[in-house]
Design a binder for this molecule. Structure first.
Ligand SMILES: [Zn+2]
Length: 219
């Protein structure tokens, strides 16, 4: 099988991790609206990730979709459907990362804190180092924050086997969500490919998540 563009991006990442500036920060002139390398990236909004830099992507080559966690949320799916069917992308890359804030809270904890539960607010304050200020009201929206599954850990905790596994769970759930979506073709001549990675914010390196595999457990 021919090398995919994703493989080229992994080679770029290895150069980036050694300190090379692979992404050239310049405006190259008129370009097509369609991403030139037919890639769509879903990545976390974390301030330590420069997606174009760490993948060596140039302006015009890819769609970059970012949110808290790099979660394949309903809105990310919306963007991916438009990206593929209207703008011709066919390789999707998920980028989660070590030390992600989504490891350090749960949906219930954040909702309880926002709604006024003092114990939840105290825990969130301790976890973030920022005084948590409750709004003392409930809201139907957002319906979910998509905090990662598994036991809570301190904010910005260094990588270990457990949090890498929690990250991998969510990457796999994201891949499955895309591959099983009725409006994103996973087979046939119009199929997209999906690969998922964990970016190590300490080393600058991407590590691929095997798929399929475990997607979470209560234990
Ligand atoms: Zn993150």
């Amino acid at each position: 099988m021919a090398q995919s563009f994703t493989d080229q991006l992994l080679e770029n990442n290895a150069r980036y991790a050694k300190g090379e500036a692979v992404h050239a920060a310049r405006h190259p002139g008129p370009q097509a609206i369609q991403p030139a390398r037919r890639v769509a990236v879903v990545g976390c909004m974390d301030a330590r990730l420069d997606i174009e830099d760490l993948l060596g992507l140039q302006t015009g080559e890819a769609h970059i979709i970012r949110n808290a966690g790099g979660v394949v949320s309903e809105d990310a799916i919306r963007s991916l459907i438009i990206s593929h069917h209207l703008l011709n992308t066919n390789e999707i890359i998920l980028v989660h990362h070590t030390r992600c804030g989504m490891l350090a809270f749960t949906d219930d904890l954040l909702k309880l804190g926002l709604e006024g539960d003092a114990a939840a607010g105290k825990l969130l304050g301790q976890a973030t180092g920022r005084e948590f200020v409750s709004t003392h009201v409930s809201s139907a929206s957002p319906s979910a924050f998509h905090a990662f599954r598994g036991a809570l850990e301190p904010l910005d905790a260094p990588r270990d086997a457990r949090n890498i596994e929690r990250l991998a769970w969510d990457v796999r759930r994201g891949i499955a969500t895309i591959l099983n979506h009725p409006w994103i073709p996973a087979h046939g001549p119009d199929a997209v490919t999906v690969r998922g990675f964990i970016y190590d914010v300490d080393t600058g390196l991407l590590e691929e998540v095997t798929y399929p595999g475990p997607i979470g457990s209560l234990g």
